[in-house]
Design a protein around this ligand. Structure first.
Ligand code: HEM
Length: 139
């Protein structure tokens, strides 16, 4: 049980690194945000977090339900933002390929909706950072 708990904490820290690391690396970028890593990080984070919560409840230690409930909700928003960004980015890439293959427009004409991807990236990365701060600062 102890080993499983440690393994889950390791996965949880790797998930947090993927989310927060990618956020810091690309927060100033205008395009090319890596939503695949954000999506993987958010999924790891939610799954390992819920498993850690379950194990903590199964043990006799005091569990801060309020803190973990808030973290759970925030992690859900992080996952949805990463997923929406991922899907929208894929749709834009497909549309770009289709339009340029048909010779209808230049790639520059479809640059506008790509800027909106930044919003999803900042919601996912910023809230992951908030969750990390809640994890370490809220006793
Ligand atoms: C983006 C989402 C999340 C981030 C960035 C995050 C970050 C962290 C970090 C950095 C720690 C280590 C802090 C410490 O041990 O003092 C931690 C621990 C923990 N997290 Fe999260 N977390 C997230 C989501 C969740 C979710 C959704 C849950 C469950 C509802 C959860 C449950 C836990 C638990 C139970 C621990 C304690 C592990 C231990 O015993 O040390 N986390 N989290």
């Amino acid at each position: 049980m102890d080993f499983l708990y440690s393994l889950l904490v390791a996965a949880h820290l790797i998930g947090a690194s993927l989310l927060v690391g990618t956020f810091f690396l690309q927060m100033r970028a205008k395009s090319g945000h890596n939503f695949t890593i954000m999506l993987v990080g958010a999924s790891i984070q939610l799954a390992s977090g819920v498993a850690l919560y379950g194990l903590a409840m199964a043990g006799d230690a005091d569990v801060n339900h309020m803190k973990l409930g808030i973290k759970g909700l925030i992690a859900l928003v992080v996952l949805v933002a990463a997923l929406l960004g991922f899907l929208r980015q894929r749709a834009i890439a497909g549309e770009k390929a289709r339009l340029t293959a048909g010779g209808a427009v230049s790639v520059g004409d479809v640059a506008l909706p790509e800027r909106r991807l930044r919003t999803f990236f900042h919601i996912a990365g910023g809230l992951a950072l908030v969750n990390l701060l809640i994890a370490v600062l809220w006793g």
